[in-house]
Design a protein around this ligand. Structure first.
Ligand code: SF4
Ligand code: SF4
Length: 222
């Protein structure tokens, strides 16, 4: 899933402080799971903003909605009939949802209410870690299903750097060295010989480094 964190409320207020009618829009998918932008967070933010404006002596109308997804035309259409009555929207979706809403409703300013961090997993409640950087050419088959692109600080493809110590990454000692994890898992799988196989130079043109990407699948379009 996409992992996001709530933005500081001061930053949100700075963007919307001059508007009179504001819609807070949550998303029922990833940002709900990571407790940054679902229905619950929409309610909390809306209450905090109402209190803030009331204390400022300002009359500001704040409505709430949580869409199934903000990265799909279908669900964004649900606000088509009401969007024009708002001066601004605070979207608690990831950056994808914010942009898609802005493309669909060009007249209305859309402000992000979360900081989108990465694609990852919930290790335990309140702890999320990165797993994939969408490189466009997955090499997990060669790395015991552990991604060195997202989990090695240096994105090394053929073994650890010299800084790996006691299984921890030299860049961030709170995190395991990805290559230590890969070696341990290869050992556990009885496939340590795979460690000797060189991963060829990667074609980064399929990664974000190759510029914005687009996927067109004719089998799905038909
Ligand atoms: S190799 Fe690429 S696609 Fe596969 S998990 Fe890592 S970043 Fe994601
Ligand atoms: S210590 Fe391990 S995870 Fe950290 S940069 Fe070096 S090889 Fe990558």
């Amino acid at each position: 899933m996409i992992v996001a964190e709530k933005k500081p409320i001061e930053e949100i207020i700075e963007g919307i402080k001059d508007y009179q009618k504001i819609l807070i829009a949550g998303c029922n998918e990833c940002v709900t799971v990571c407790e940054a932008g679902g229905k619950k967070e929409v309610g909390i933010l809306a209450s905090a903003l109402r209190m803030y404006f009331m204390n400022q002596g300002k009359t500001v109308e704040i409505d709430e909605i949580t869409l199934e997804r903000q990265c799909d035309h279908e669900y964004l259409e649900e606000i088509r009939d009401s969007i024009d009555k708002y001066d601004a929207v605070v979207s608690l979706a990831c950056g994808v949802g914010v942009q898609f809403m802005a493309e669909k409703y060009p007249r209305v300013p859309i402000y992000p209410g979360v900081n989108t961090r990465f694609m990852g997993v919930t290790e335990e409640r309140g702890v999320w870690t990165e797993r994939c950087q969408a490189c466009g050419e997955c090499i997990l088959a060669k790395t015991a299903s552990i991604c060195p692109i997202s989990r090695c600080a240096k994105r090394l493809l053929n073994g650890p750097c010299g800084g790996s110590t006691n299984g921890k990454c030299e860049i961030n000692k709170d995190l395991d060295c990805a290559w230590q994890l890969i070696i341990d898992r290869l050992k556990a799988l009885g496939k340590l010989e795979d460690y000797e196989k060189l991963i060829p130079i990667k074609d980064w043109s399929k990664d974000r480094a190759g510029g914005p990407r687009k996927v067109v699948r004719e089998d799905v379009r038909q």
